[in-house]
Design a binder for this molecule. Structure first.
Ligand code: PEP
Length: 253
């Protein structure tokens, strides 16, 4: 049984005061006894301050990126051990904004995947096609290529904890979401690819999230799909009441 994961990606948003207000308000807003695993990925500057507050709310904490070396002359970068030290359990790797805005390549993403797995940080690997690629009928091919390159050289050890986020680039931050069925088709395809790499048992254990303009109005549609095990949420995770309501709406009736 895969436990639903509702993850918030705050991107480059929130100062300390706003982040603390979110974390302090959250416990009273969350549905009592909810069954989902919850995760917030704040900017690095907020990790230390938020960790105890999120823990109190029963929410895990993840980072939005990491570097593949342990320490040294890598100005501006952050290591896996620094993230673990701050209390992170997860790390987002290969978000499309990093691929597109920063120019992060599949090769670098693979190095980050290796480091996260080695250090016991759970990677949330983001993959997804652009609008042009979808229109050209290449969505599966693109997603398969990104997956293959990100996972290159990673054995099945610890991979049952892996989280994949299928995030079509055209749906991120645009307000335009994929349909539940379209997202399901790609998520089922991703699970099939995982089965080829790691076997059916491991493929059945890996959680696959949908991300791209998830909100209160559409969360149910995604979570009803057989191969969608949660959501990676950007904009709608910034407001504690909205985030908590998404968790509530995502619960099985
Ligand atoms: C994201 O940041 O991964 C994301 C999916 O953003 P949004 O929910 O705002 O589309």
């Amino acid at each position: 049984m895969r436990v639903t994961l509702i993850a918030g990606n705050w991107k480059m948003n929130k100062l300390r005061k706003e982040a603390v207000a979110f974390a302090q308000a959250l416990p009273a807003l969350l549905p009592p006894g909810h069954s989902s695993e919850l995760l917030i990925c704040p900017p690095f500057t907020l990790l230390w301050e938020l960790q105890p507050l999120l823990a109190k709310a029963g929410v895990k904490m993840g980072a939005q990126d990491l570097f593949w070396e342990d320490n040294g002359a890598y100005t501006g970068e952050i290591s896996a051990s620094m993230l673990l030290d701050a209390g992170c359990t997860h790390v987002i790797i290969g978000h499309s904004e990093r691929r597109q805005v920063i120019g992060e390549s599949d090769l670098l993403i693979n190095k980050k995947m290796h480091k996260a797995c080695q250090e016991g940080l759970i990677p949330i690997l983001c993959i997804g096609e652009t609008l042009e690629e979808r229109k050209a009928g290449k969505a599966e091919k693109v997603v398969a290529g990104q997956l293959k390159q990100a996972l290159a050289g990673l054995s099945s050890d610890r991979m049952d904890k892996l989280v994949i986020a299928y995030e079509p680039v055209w749906a991120i931050g645009t307000g335009v979401n994929a349909s539940g069925q379209d997202a399901q088709n790609i998520c089922a395809f991703i699970r099939g690819q995982l089965e080829e790499y790691y076997g059916s048992q491991l493929a059945a254990a890996v959680r696959i999230l949908y991300g791209g303009s998830v909100k209160e109005e559409n969360i149910k549609e995604f979570l009803q799909q057989a191969d969608i095990d949660g959501a990676l949420i950007g904009g709608a995770s910034l407001d504690a009441a909205v985030f908590a309501n998404i968790v509530r709406l995502g619960e099985n009736d």
